[in-house]
Design a protein around this ligand. Structure first.
Ligand code: NAI
Length: 349
């Protein structure tokens, strides 16, 4: 069987890393027809728009997207110029993609690897981040020259939906504990609501241990004892910050995969950005996007192939002979990719 998957190569290091990921998924033995759906700078150079309607249509139709990182800046004019239902505005291309595809959950499983993660080698946690609201909803204004304000918007509907995703994920993946992260002692009306909703949903899952922690205490605990966490469910901004913290503990942003889920579409992308400082140098770590590709395979129902990719990455990292610069090695992105492809052939999932 051949799957059809949309691919948006992205900006900066994106094109190098999407090519690497396509090569590895091919080596994992899954046949995929890649349908180009450009967004970002490449799309703007071709048609003058960073978020072309045609690319969105392709993504909606296929329902599965592999996406390289994008330079996330305010869209020029913020508009989807050729959208049939009229002009809509988005704070950035990334934000626009999530909104247009109705993606509400950003899933970031972050784990350590021996020997590259040092004392965090045993860390194994999953961040389930709400991405439709909170302080990133783009409701922001200048009150005067010396004062700006932004709205932190939390709804019960979105909080219950992300909580249900987190608990269902925990059940499906054999995880034992879900921890809600908040600052409800200060933000009663917003984080307090989020926490109440997560508790309400959690009560329906007696087989899963439900906990909660304040975001500052959670950061401290993650550094001191990451084993305290299993699945974490968070509002948008805390999820953004804690996933980078977890990636840093694991050893590099280049190790942390990600996926975005909605009811009808799923988009797989690395946790890191477009890294313009190293774009085109051939030294970026491709592992984050490759592991996102493994999540894509799981989503397609090709769990065995997904496991093969994860085992291959683990093998290359544990041998520590072919390591990219961010993990202290000298290997190029292509050398790391080739090593993972060879390992794919050796491992049995
Ligand atoms: P970044 O994640 O692109 O880079 C931060 C640092 O990590 C840089 O020193 C970079 O060289 C390094 N780095 C990142 N990925 C790496 C990899 N795979 N291998 C080796 N080193 C890697 O974050 P930054 O610099 O804040 O943002 C750059 C652009 O990316 C911005 O426009 C930002 O908004 C955007 N961005 C896009 C995201 C997305 O598309 N999902 C997510 C985060 C940022």
């Amino acid at each position: 069987m051949t799957y059809r998957v949309a691919v948006a190569a992205g900006d900066g290091i994106g094109p190098e890393l999407t090519a690497a990921t396509q090569q590895v998924l091919d080596a994992a033995g899954v046949s995929i027809e890649w349908v180009a759906a450009p967004v970002g700078k490449a799309a703007a150079a071709r048609c003058g728009e960073e978020l072309p309607w045609e690319s969105l249509e392709t993504m909606r139709e296929l329902g599965v997207v592999l996406k390289g990182p994008l330079i996330a800046e305010r869209l020029s004019g913020g508009a989807l110029v050729r959208a049939p239902e009229g002009t809509r505005t988005h704070p950035s291309v990334n934000n626009g993609l999530r909104r247009e595809l109705d993606l509400y959950c950003n899933l970031r499983p972050v784990r350590g690897f021996a020997p590259v993660s040092g004392r965090y080698a045993a860390m194994d946690l999953v961040i389930v981040r709400e991405v439709t609201e909170d302080i990133y909803s783009g409701i922001e204004r200048s009150v005067n020259e010396d004062c700006g304000e932004a709205v932190k918007r939390i709804t019960g509907q979105a909080s219950r939906r992300i909580a249900r995703f987190a608990y269902d994920y925990a059940v499906r993946c054999g995880r034992r504990r879900v921890t809600a992260i908040h600052k409800a002692n200060v933000l009663h009306k917003t984080d307090g609501l989020f926490l109440r909703c997560v508790r309400e949903v959690g009560a329906e899952y007696p087989g899963i241990l439900s906990e909660d922690r304040m975001v500052d205490a959670a950061c401290y605990m993650m550094v001191k004892d990451p084993a305290a966490f299993d699945v974490m469910v968070l509002p948008n901004q805390y999820g953004d910050i804690l996933s980078d913290l977890a990636a840093g503990l694991a050893g590099s942003l280049g190790l942390a995969p990600g996926a975005n889920f909605g009811e009808t579409a799923a988009m797989f992308e690395a946790a890191h950005g477009a890294a313009p400082d190293i774009a085109g140098k051939g030294i970026a770590n491709p592992i984050s996007l490759i592991l996102s590709g493994a999540l894509l395979l799981d989503h397609l129902g090709e769990r065995e192939a997904g496991d093969r990719v994860r085992s291959a990455v683990e093998m290359v990292l544990s041998e520590a002979r072919v390591l990219p610069a961010d993990l202290g090695g000298t290997a190029t992105s292509q050398e790391v990719t080739d090593a993972i492809c060879s390992a794919c052939e050796k491992v049995t999932a």
